[in-house]
Design a binder for this molecule. Structure first.
Ligand code: FE2
Ligand code: FE2
Length: 316
């Protein structure tokens, strides 16, 4: 398809399908302690006997805090990371970005600003309906910190291209995470709608970034390619690492009326379940990322292949 025709099609699709242009406001229903606002399966502490003994109100409290944490986390990635990268494309801080790509970067900025708005609107409504205040309003998270550590390890002239690669990976991961949450059963309809609306846009974003990175990768100097490729396994471990100290869950438990001893018991006894779940999710995400890296062409260098060779998510 000629370039102009293809760009027209992409722009028409955004006008027709972007959720900011085509979806109504999502309203949080009246809060009842029986309605699940977040999947129990994503909260290892929820099914512990000491928690179930506290009744449905305690479960609702825990799930509400987990939902706040998830929504704030997504908003942070959108506003501090994805939008920032798109602004860097727009202002030529990343080399070789065509007008067509800049137009799409602008749609991503609009979409992500809208998603962050929807998420905060949802949080504000949840606070009113549940009368539960978030235990914390995070200013950063593991993924942002991992990316900041990676930038800091690179010479300044490599940082912008690494940012593009990191966003390409993050958008791919986010699409999957949001789609999985949208498929969870027995959740409040409004939360499922929130996830499914979001994923409609994220599918488009992850294709855009992957296509852009496929074009950009062969233009990078060999030394940059090698540096990025060989640092990726450690970066991905950091980026996808779980908080093994389970700081936030400890904070929730401390506010649930459990004694310190009981809280420690919940953490210790739910630890095997927590670790297995984290490992399973991480492996499936890494397999997905590995396929993406292959498509981009990152795994063609022997040194990069070697760097990945002892990883258990590497499949042929
Ligand atoms: Fe988003
Ligand atoms: Fe996105």
């Amino acid at each position: 398809m000629p370039a102009t025709e293809s760009l027209n099609k992409i722009t028409d699709t955004w006008y027709a399908k972007a959720t900011v242009r085509s979806t109504p406001r999502i309203c949080v229903p009246d809060y009842s302690s029986d309605q699940l606002i977040y999947p129990v399966a994503r909260c290892s502490i929820c099914e512990h006997p000491l928690i179930t003994a506290l009744g449905s109100e305690a479960r609702s409290y825990i799930l509400t805090q987990a939902a706040y944490q998830f929504l704030y986390g997504v908003g942070l990635l959108e506003t501090k990371f994805v939008i920032q990268c798109c602004l860097n494309m727009l202002h030529n801080h990343i080399q070789g970005i065509s007008d067509a790509a800049k137009l799409q970067a602008l749609t991503v900025i609009i979409d992500e600003g809208y998603h962050a708005h929807v998420a905060l609107d949802y949080i504000v409504q949840m606070k009113t309906k549940s009368a539960i205040e978030p235990l914390e309003i995070p200013q950063t998270n593991r993924k942002l910190d991992a990316t900041a550590r990676a930038y800091a390890s690179l010479p300044p002239e490599m940082r912008m291209d690494f940012q593009l690669l990191a966003v390409t990976i993050a958008e791919n991961v986010l699409t999957d995470e949001v789609a999985n949450l949208g498929r969870e059963r027995e959740l409040a309809q409004s939360f499922t709608t929130l996830m499914m609306d979001h994923v409609r846009d994220e599918g488009r974003h992850s294709r855009f970034f992957a296509d852009l990175m496929k074009e950009r990768w062969p233009q990078l100097p060999p030394a940059t390619q090698e540096r990025f490729g060989t640092m990726l396994p450690a970066y991905l471990d950091d980026f996808l690492g779980a908080d093994l100290s389970r700081r936030f869950e400890r904070m929730i438990l401390a506010n649930c009326g459990l004694t310190d001893v009981q809280a420690e018991q919940v953490i210790t006894e739910s630890d095997p379940h927590f670790s297995t779940d984290q490992e399973r999710m991480k492996k499936s995400i890494l397999q997905r990322i590995y396929r993406l890296l292959k498509q981009i062409g990152i795994l063609e260098l022997d040194t990069v292949k070697d760097a990945f060779s002892d990883r258990n998510y590497v499949t042929t």
